[in-house]
Design a protein around this ligand. Structure first.
Ligand code: UGA
Length: 434
């Protein structure tokens, strides 16, 4: 199949590269000409394990190309995937501007019958709305179908998730369009679930909201565990042994960040409000998460009293490991809180330092290694559970820090690992070690 993917961001690029790798001829289109120039050279604009090598392989095999002209590729394409961003408006609703622009562009340049697949996360009813927009502007003798095909990839493991996903959801109003997209995806060997368009759109929001709910739930449990002397990690393990509960997404910590959960939970509250339903449960999930992000600063204040003049190392800045994505990262809230209290903040991330320099306050200092960050620090806060941080050398912690005190926002170490190492260790939902 000849496929065009519009939007070469995280979702579009991973989709395009993966579709090329299973044998389709894919052109990725993006309005950002600098990005396209880099992609043509085989350089990925995002840090995503395995993406760049797969990209190079498929460029070499002539199955993957890049352009900034949608018009150029519409001539030969059978299927258009739309994977442009739907950022959050001030009121929490999803902003559909990019999608509307692409819809118009498609309508103006389309010259044969096609299937249009919407991958972007969009409020229920948007696929129909975009269909209407296109219909109003295309030539009368051309027909198209809209298919909703939401994305379930996680940043940091996107390629692995594409080839080993739990399901591919295809929402369509007619069987023919659904079976074309089913055939396109068949080589992934991932189970396919077919439904109507509105349900497909809702599956995406409901899935992200449910996962966010699991995280806020275990974070609430962790607060109670901490007060009662229980260990939240063991509680989560014990709960997860029940298949109905499941053992994933029960890691207590400093809450969820990233470009998806915060945006999609807010959008679902708005979607519910649009049909006069007050989604109280999800509002509480969001509140718990906002409070959770301030937890480490609160713990630092409790431990040190005043933070004024204290040198505090932040270990990990990205919203999760294996990505340089800083969107809605807890490190933003935490570094701001520490600076407000008069602390000196020295930050280190194995990959995200450069991106973080544009996101965090200019008062934040950056270190080139964990050891540099720890040197002469009064306190270290663990924000992101990178492998390098999980493998922290406790001898260095004792040797380099003024006071070897760690407050771990990700429970990177079991209590047994830290016991008797001469380190004061505070974590989330577990007894402190002094
Ligand atoms: C999430 C979903 O997991 C994907 O299925 C979905 O496709 C994607 O959003 C999206 O909508 O595009 P992602 O945001 O990349 O993926 O990352 P996750 O691995 O889900 O982590 C999100 C946040 O939750 C991170 O800040 C992570 O640290 C936090 N988290 C995750 C926890 O605090 N505890 C956990 O147990 C799991």
């Amino acid at each position: 199949m000849n496929i065009t993917v519009v939007g070469a961001g995280y979702v579009g690029l991973v989709t395009g590269v993966s579709l090329a790798d299973i044998g389709h001829y894919v052109t990725c289109v993006d309005v950002n000409k600098d990005k396209i120039a880099k992609l043509k050279e085989g350089l990925s604009p995002i840090h995503e394990p395995g993406l760049e090598s797969l990209m190079l392989k498929n460029i070499d095999d002539n199955r993957l190309s890049f352009t900034s002209s949608l018009k150029e590729c519409l001539k030969d394409t059978d299927i258009i995937y739309i994977a442009v961003g739907t950022p959050q408006n001030k009121d929490g609703t999803a902003n559909l501007n990019f999608l509307e622009i692409v819809a118009e562009d498609i309508a103006m340049n389309i010259s044969k019958d096609i299937v249009i697949v919407i991958k972007s996360t969009v409020p229920v009813g948007t696929n129909e709305y975009i269909g209407e927009l296109i219909k109003a502007k295309i030539p009368k003798d051309i027909s198209f179908d809209i298919v909703s095909n939401p994305e379930f990839l996680r940043e940091g493991s996107a390629i692995n998730d594409t080839f080993n996903g739990d399901r591919i959801v295809i929402g369509a109003e007619n069987d023919k369009a659904a079976s074309i997209i089913e055939q396109v995806n068949k080589p992934f060997s991932v189970p396919i679930f077919k439904t109507d368009i509105r349900s497909a759109e809702m599956i995406k929001y409901a899935s992200n909201a449910f996962l966010a709910t699991k995280i806020s739930f275990i974070n609430e449990i962790s607060t109670i565990c901490e007060k009662l002397g229980a260990n939240v990690d063991d509680v989560a393990k014990g709960m997860g042994k029940d298949k109905r509960v499941g053992n994933q997404f029960l890691n207590a910590g400093i809450g969820y960040g990233g470009s998806c959960f915060p945006k999609d939970t807010n959008a679902l509250v708005q979607i519910a409000g649009g049909v006069q339903h007050d989604f109280n449960l999800l509002k509480a999930v969001i509140n718990v998460n906002n409070n959770q992000q301030t937890l480490l600063v609160e713990k630092a204040r409790q431990r040190l009293g005043s933070l004024k003049g204290m040198r505090i190392a932040l270990l990990g800045l990205a919203f999760k490991p294996n990505t340089d994505d800083m969107r809605e990262a807890a490190s933003i809230v935490i570094s701001t809180g520490l600076l407000q209290e008069g602390a000196e903040v020295i930050a280190y991330d194995p990959i995200a330092n450069e991106v973080a320099k544009h996101v965090l306050s200019e008062k934040v200092q950056f270190a080139n290694s964990i050891n540099d960050a720890l040197t002469e620090a009064n306190l270290a806060l663990i924000i992101t559970e990178w492998r390098e941080i999980i493998e922290l050398d406790f001898n260095n912690v004792r040797r380099l820090m003024i006071d070897p005190i760690i407050i771990d926002g990700r429970n990177c170490f079991s209590l047994d690992m830290v016991k008797d190492k001469g380190i004061e260790y505070h974590s989330v939902g577990r007894p402190a070690l002094k």
